[in-house]
Design a protein around this ligand. Structure first.
Ligand code: G6P
Length: 609
């Protein structure tokens, strides 16, 4: 995920910036850069790749100057490259900007600025910001930034310096974290505490809609209207390791909690319920090409495969094109019936999984069109596919995938809506209903996370078991598979997911007194059927935990415990239902003393067969 660090004071800025960026390395990034100003010139040095590459570029001679900003980039708009790396500047090269987040309306701003004579160099959304500041600058940097941010839609944390006002750092925040670190005769900015923790523990945490003018001796905070904001100093008590995890004990828990933002980001600038529009810029497949498709294959590994199982239901329902889901390691060796009339959707968080990549190549060889859903811009999968749909989850560090899965689900829904719209297989009303429901998902996930204590208690109660079952039908079965995988991966409890109707064909033999069965009952049209299966396991004295829709009082009569999720569109329940299952696995693993972020025998990215 992108990182920001900045400094103003009497010390040399460059070493502080480079050190700060290194302390953000654990978050993952693909390029880095710094800008430093001294009394006569602004030096901007940036580079694709690791900070080491940037340091090599500096050749041991850091630019001199007492004010500067630095950035590590995790590409969203525009592939990783020297030109797309931050900081970015305007035409005059006087206004220098680093940015985290996504500027939703950058395209229209860019077109307007170009018509005003501005010239752009990069493919990024960020570059509109320095040009806007240049446009508004009338002798007051803070005021120019204030007017610029009022034009921005989307999420942003920005840091700005300028040779026109060389002792001032200006920052602004909207839906992307930003802090101001306080020193003596010096001040700092950062997107994350670890970047500046070795210098200060006193920080201002900016809220959405706030900005600050920072000199070495003063910090002035206002809202975007320019009204002063008074703020208490936050005393950081975390050590460096806890700070990297944002105060959470594990990356996995941090990433589970990042889901509302990740989901929102993945929909940013793409979904417009009222206009009936989905904009997916890197998907170029046309209506005619879609009409020629005989079949869609979804191919992936692990958690991404489970997202694909959900995708099958959604795509078939909204496009009426048959979908087959396959494990990449199986697909590539079974001479798949793929040709020019086939679309192959490849899902991969990392975009580098060896089996998935091989399946992609095999599909292309056979003449299929390949669409990739991935989280990493510039990854092998993204480079080799014909069409790409990025999840904007930010880097995932914990081995067990969480926010990548939920954003893959949202991406699949966006894609299915887009295809359904092109093909005319969904009505305007259906589109709007689903799109509006999607927009609500981030806050609904937040509501589940706010009540995590209850799931923790439940997980601790069953953490000593050696076997656990997950059952459900339809989309609930698809989510059950991911729930079981999460539990296996990190707690080492043997967990199996079963299509509820299949229990009686074998698995019921394993249900004995006290065996926990997590039963998903979010699908209204399958409710009665699943309820009968719950009764079957209850009759064998299983301990049943139901995962049900809010308002379902009936279910209480048939089970031992109920976990509720907020009501959403029936096609979207997996995005909510998976969250309690992730938390259940996490807290069970913690209770068993497992190494949650690095489970035994597993790797985050499997680049060998
Ligand atoms: C590994 C990881 C899983 C992941 C799978 C596929 O097994 O441990 O969490 O789901 O690879 O990875 P990908 O990056 O292709 O989604």
């Amino acid at each position: 995920m992108c990182g920001i660090v900045g400094y103003v004071g009497d010390r040399e800025a460059a070493p502080i910036l480079i050190d700060g960026l290194k302390r953000l390395e654990y978050r993952g990034y693909d390029s880095a850069g710094i800008a430093v100003y001294n009394s006569s010139s602004m030096t901007v040095i940036k580079s694709e790749g690791k900070i080491k590459v940037l340091e090599d570029k500096l050749g041991g001679a850091y630019p001199e100057g007492h004010i500067g900003i630095g950035h590590t980039r995790w590409a969203t708009h525009g592939r990783p490259s020297d030109v797309n790396a931050h900081p970015h500047s305007d035409c005059s090269k006087d206004f220098i900007v680093v940015h985290n987040g996504i500027i939703e309306n950058f395209q229209e701003l860019k077109e307007w600025l170009e018509s005003e004579g501005h010239h752009f160099e990069s493919e990024t959304d960020t570059e509109v910001v320095p040009h806007l500041i240049e446009h508004f600058y009338k002798g007051d940097l803070f005021e120019a930034v204030r007017l610029a941010v009022q034009k921005l839609e989307g999420s942003f944390a920005i840091g700005v310096i300028s040779s026109r006002e060389p002792d001032t750092l200006v920052v602004a925040r909207q839906s992307s974290p930003l802090i101001v670190g306080l020193g003596k005769g010096e001040n700092y900015i950062a997107s994350d505490i670890p970047a500046i923790l070795q210098h200060t523990r006193q920080v201002y945490i900016l809220k959405d809609g706030e900005m600050a003018k920072i000199t070495k001796n003063e910090v002035k905070i206002t809202d975007f209207e320019g009204n002063p904001v008074s703020k208490e100093i936050f005393q950081v008590k975390w050590d460096a390791v806890a700070a990297e995890k944002g105060g959470y004990p594990h990356f996995m828990l941090k990433e589970i909690h990042e889901q509302p933002k990740a989901l929102r980001d993945t929909m940013t600038g793409r979904l417009y319920p009222e206009k009936g529009e989905v904009k997916l810029d890197d998907i170029r497949i046309t209506k005619e090409e879609l009409e020629r498709l005989r079949k869609i294959f979804i191919v992936a590994c692990g958690t991404a495969y489970h997202a694909g199982v959900v995708g099958k239901y959604v795509i078939e329902k909204l496009t009426r094109i048959p979908v087959e889901v396959d494990l990449a390691s199986e697909f590539r060796y079974r001479n798949p019936m793929v040709g020019e009339d086939t679309l192959v959707i490849i899902i991969s968080q990392s975009g580098e999984t060896a089996d998935t990549l091989a399946a992609l190549r095999e599909s292309k060889e056979l003449g299929a069109r390949v669409l990739a859903i991935t989280n990493v811009v510039g990854s092998s999968v993204s480079r080799e596919a014909d069409d790409v749909l990025y999840t904007w989850a930010g880097p995932e560090i914990a081995v067990a995938s969480t926010k990548a899965y939920s954003t893959q689900l949202v991406a699949l829904n966006l894609m299915a809506l887009h295809f359904g719209k092109l093909l005319g297989t969904i009505s305007d009303e259906e589109f709007k209903e689903m799109a509006l429901a999607m927009k609500k998902l981030p806050e609904q996930v937040k509501a589940i996370l706010d009540a995590e204590g209850e799931i923790k208690t439940m997980a601790e109660r069953y953490a000593d078991r050696e076997h656990l079952f997950y059952i459900g039908r339809g989309l609930d079965y698809a989510v059950a598979m991911e729930g079981a995988l999460k539990l296996k991966e990190i707690s080492y409890i043997h967990a199996e997911a079963y299509a509820a109707g299949e229990l009686k064909h074998g698995t019921l033999a394993l249900i004995t007194e006290g065996v926990p069965v997590i039963s998903l009952v979010t699908q209204d049209h399958l409710y009665e059927k699943t309820l009968s299966n719950i009764k079957e396991v209850k009759a064998r004295d299983a301990a049943v935990i139901a995962l049900a829709n809010e308002g379902d009082e009936e279910i209480k009569k048939s089970v031992d415990h109920v976990i509720y999720i907020p009501r959403t569109h029936q096609m979207l329940t997996p995005v909510l239902a998976v969250v309690p299952l992730q938390l259940f696995a996490y807290y069970a693993a913690v209770a068993r003393g497992c190494d949650v972020d690095k489970p035994r025998n597993l790797a985050k990215s499997v680049t060998v067969e």
